[in-house]
Structure formats: structure tokens, C-alpha cells
Design a protein around this ligand. Structure first.
Ligand code: FE2
Length: 415
């Protein structure tokens, strides 16, 4: 899957940039649909205290594309400099330093949508002049926000969201196999971290390198609600997505609250995952261990092999809004039998987020990763129900603060 090598013929480059244009248009339609899940005035709410109000993201996705591509690559003149700056960058403040702006500090929605329309129009007019790598940066940036927008929308009360019409045929059903606790041995050997230099990736994915991993055991499944419930009964911290009602625990899903689905994975912070692992006499796997369990020595594209993800293999790429049972994707098991290493929830690793040896920032986006190399953010791997197919490559790395409770982040134990 070489997207942008210089060795592509001129015809190949044109075909690729045209394909990327279709993909960017599909991603725009996807994020537009997410904003339309709530009414206009609701877009001025701030569902997560340490993130911007929703209206920021309406402008941000296209301000990013415009700043990166229109101004950065094509050197086009700005048509709205103050919005280019206002919507330029998101925030991730340390605990206790949440922003204090008010709804009235933000421009009216029709002004923001007008900016979005103009930015898209100007980029689309000059599309064929854009280099594929930079377009992929914009495309993947939008897909990442397609997921984090769900984190924001998830925090809005159910009655403030319009659930889209379900597509039942696309929803994987959970089989009735019992979830049996099982440890799977992973033999000592090498694995490959990072991305090939002639493939697309973000700065933190480079350089590709081999790592030796000592033998260890990994859990066949992610930690379930049923398992974590025992920890809560013993005094463990209550997960952010749980809610006490009618004398029992309920799960706050995107569009409804449901009695805790006991065999579904539990969304946890890194702190909760680490505390649970210690209580269960196990630990959170390191990034290289996780990579070896999922991808072996690095020869296969996905945990199960080389075939593209589908509903039988992975709960990813917007098949559903929420998790299914941890044994609900048996077609996606690794050759050793580890299930759901891709999809149904990102998995925490014990590895603090940092650059690989030889890490270099990209001049066009120097802060993408390096701003978070602070020992407070940890690497997550895999993907969630709301992770786009575009981001499911083996080298992709996600990260959040250790105490960030809003992400679709699960854990799988190691020992
Ligand atoms: Fe962003």
C-alpha cells in the first residue's frame, strides 16, 4: 500500500490523489453527520471540561485542512485569518487547568459553516496540485477527530442526541460461547515496531525497528465488566461509563443506558487498568509485548492475517457505536488464539508515549506527538468501534493522559 512514493508514475499520482479526494469527501460527510446528531445550540456546550466546546470542532477540521493544505502547501491567501487561528489547534490541559471561555466567546454557527464551505471549495478547486502525503495527514486527522468527537458526544445526555437509523445487517451479533479466562503463551522472539519509511505514517511511527520480546503470557480476552465488577466490590475505582441506577450498575452507551453487559470489555483509565492488573496479580503489557502478541514477528498486516477488517473479524470502522462481548469476533483471533486485538476498544500498554530512537518531528506539524512526550501520556494500541479503517495499520499509535476517563480504552492483562 504505497500511497505517495516518488516512484509513482504521474498517472499513478493523479489516480491516487483522485482516490484520496473521494476518501476526504467521505470523511467530511462522516464528521458532518456526527455534528448533526445534536441540535445547533447544543454545539455550544462543552461536554468534556478539558476540551473545547463542540463548535470549535465544527471549524477545526476544515481550518486544519485549510491551514495545512491551502495555506501550507498551496500558499493561497487567507480568506479569514482570525478563524484560521481560532480554529487551529485543540487543547489537552493538565488536570485542574480547564478552559474558562463562554459560549458567547464563539462565533455564530452560520459564520463557522460559511468558513467551512469556503475552505472546502478552495481546496477542492486546486485538489490535483496537492501531494498525497499531506492529504493523508488531513484525512487521518479528520478520522481521528471522528472518534474523539464521539467521546465528546458520548458525554451529552441521551435525550440531547438523535440516534441515526440503525443498520442492523452491519451490526455483528455476539455468539453465545462462554468467556473462559485463558492465558496464552507468547514465545520469546522479535517483533517489529513502526512503519516502513516509504509508507505513510505519523512522526511517532518512525523509524521502523525490530525489538526482542521475552516470553510472557497474555490474556485471550480484554478485561470484562464482570471481572472488573469484582474489583469494584473490593474497593476499586468505578469506571467513568458506569452509572448506578435501580440498585444496580448500568452502562452509559452512546444512545441509551443499558444494564451492565457483563461480557463486554470495560472502558478504563490507565490508572484504573494498572490498579486492576495489580489486584488481579498480573500487569499491563508493554507496547512491544502487545505488538508481538498481535502481529507476531511483524509479517502479518492484521492480528488475524492479511485480509482487510470486516464485521466477523473486528468491531472497528463504525460498524456499531458501542462494544460487543469480548468473544464476539472469533474470526479476528491471532494464530495463537488471542481475540479482538484490533477493535472493540483501544488497549492500554504500560509504555509511556515517546518517540522511537531516531524520532524526528515533521516541519509541517511539529507538535503532533512531541508535545505529549511528558511521561503523563501512555500508548494505546488496537482500535475502538469508532476507529476508522484508515487508522487500523499495525504501526498506528494512540495516546492519552493516564487519568483521562472519556476514551474508548480497555485493557488486556499480561503476566
Ligand atoms: Fe485536531
Amino acid at each position: 500500500m504505497v500511497f505517495w512514493m516518488d516512484t509513482l508514475t504521474r498517472d499513478g499520482t493523479i489516480a491516487t490523489i483522485a482516490r484520496l479526494h473521494r476518501e476526504v469527501r467521505a470523511a467530511r460527510a462522516h464528521t458532518d453527520a456526527l455534528f448533526s446528531l445534536v441540535a445547533g445550540p447544543t454545539l455550544y456546550k462543552r461536554p468534556i471540561p478539558d476540551r473545547h466546546r463542540l463548535v470549535f470542532y465544527v471549524g477545526h477540521l476544515d481550518a486544519f485542512d485549510w491551514n495545512q493544505l491551502g495555506r501550507g502547501v498551496l500558499d493561497l491567501p487567507s480568506f479569514h485569518p482570525s478563524f484560521d487561528r481560532l480554529f487551529e489547534a485543540g487543547i489537552d490541559p493538565p488536570p485542574g487547568q480547564a478552559p474558562a471561555d463562554r459560549p458567547s466567546d464563539w462565533p455564530a454557527l452560520d459564520e463557522v459553516y460559511d468558513y467551512v464551505r469556503r475552505a472546502r471549495h478552495r481546496l477542492d478547486e486546486a485538489w490535483d496540485e496537492l501531494p498525497c502525503e499531506r492529504v493523508l495527514v488531513a484525512l487521518e486527522h479528520r478520522w481521528m477527530h471522528a472518534e474523539t468527537l464521539c467521546y465528546l458526544l458520548h458525554e451529552m445526555p441521551v435525550n440531547m442526541k438523535r440516534a441515526p437509523v440503525a443498520k442492523p445487517s452491519l451490526r455483528p451479533s455476539s455468539p453465545t460461547r462462554r468467556v473462559e479466562d485463558r492465558w496464552i503463551p507468547i514465545a520469546t522472539g522479535n517483533t517489529s515496531l513502526g512503519q516502513d519509511k516509504d509508507e505513510f505514517g505519523w512522526d511517532n511511527e518512525f523509524p521502523r525497528h525490530e525489538v526482542r520480546v521475552e516470553n510472557f503470557e497474555i490474556a485471550r480476552y480484554k478485561v470484562t465488566h464482570r471481572e472488573y465488577l469484582r474489583f469494584v466490590a473490593a474497593g476499586g475505582a468505578v469506571p467513568h461509563f458506569w452509572k448506578r441506577s435501580d440498585g444496580g450498575w448500568w452502562l452509559r452507551r452512546m444512545f441509551e443506558d443499558v444494564p451492565l453487559p457483563l461480557d463486554a470489555p470495560v472502558y478504563l483509565t490507565h490508572q484504573q487498568a494498572t490498579a486492576y492488573a495489580a489486584w488481579a496479580d498480573a500487569r499491563v503489557p508493554a507496547e512491544a509485548e502487545w505488538q508481538r502478541a498481535a502481529y507476531g514477528d511483524g509479517e502479518r498486516r492484521f492480528p488475524w492475517g492479511d485480509r482487510e477488517p470486516d464485521a466477523a473479524r473486528a468491531n472497528v470502522d463504525f460498524i456499531g457505536w458501542d462494544t460487543l462481548d469480548v468473544n464476539g469476533s472469533p474470526g479476528g483471533a491471532t494464530p495463537e488464539g488471542v481475540e479482538q486485538m484490533l477493535g472493540n476498544g483501544w488497549e492500554w500498554t504500560s509504555t509511556p508515549f515517546s518517540g522511537f530512537d531516531g524520532f524526528a518531528v515533521r516541519a509541517y506539524y511539529p507538535g503532533y506527538s512531541a508535545n505529549f512526550f511528558d511521561g503523563e501520556h501512555f500508548v494505546l494500541k488496537g482500535g475502538s468501534p469508532r476507529t476508522a479503517r484508515q487508522l487500523t495499520r499495525a504501526s498506528f499509535r494512540n495516546w492519552f493522559r493516564r487519568e483521562y476517563p472519556y476514551a474508548y480504552s480497555t485493557v488486556r492483562l499480561a503476566r
